[in-house]
Write a protein that binds this ligand. Sequence first.
Ligand code: URA
Length: 238
Amino acid sequence: MSKSQTTQTWKRSLPAKAVVMARKSSSKKALPKSELLIQAAAAPAANRKSETLDEICADLGACQRCKLGKSRTNIVFGDGNPKAELVFVGEAPGENEDLEGRPFIGRAGQLLEKMIEAMGLSRSEVYICNVVKCRPPENRNPETDEIESCSPFLFRQLDQIQPKVVVALGKFAAQTLLQTETRISELRGKFYPYRGAKLIPTFHPAYLLRNPPSKREAWEDLQLVAKELGLEIPKKSP
Ligand code: URA
């Protein structure tokens, strides 16, 4: 299945409440469809349950809810500060992450750490996780059924952490979280309301490793984040 097909099918699985919200907003003023979907995804969590990240992880257990359960080595739940004001959401674990059970520990992870440090923070002060928690074989894109099985756990994590800002790393995380097919280059650079937080899409560190000139724009996005969090804005990019 192509990435755009995946997103298309995923969009069809919008929760009924989100669709109603989109319709309600559409009755006020005519917004482009992409904006309606973004608004729907932003709906704050209803009936937020009080639970710890450990409880959510325990509920995930030795998950076999989707086919990735069969091929993974370790579940990559997420790590960092459970009370973080800033959460980074990537796509899915890669090989290193699968082997160690921690997100973003390969080359892309090293760049992400530099980006975090350039904002004046340390990795342990933020929280890092992915849209899906098991490595897709050969690092293929996560498929609709996998996202549908896994994303409720991500939403529960975000609802408990209650960050001020969520950074969606890359096209896949941004399009999945905002339920839109808008290109990452159009989405990035601004905040969207998201489950009680502000979400900003930016380029994935793996993309930045392949396209170093885009680091400038990613750094601009992170400077917006730093400003939003009241951090002293460092002058130098990572
Ligand atoms: N890429 C991701 O999106 N997530 C990881 O954890 C590692 C690489």
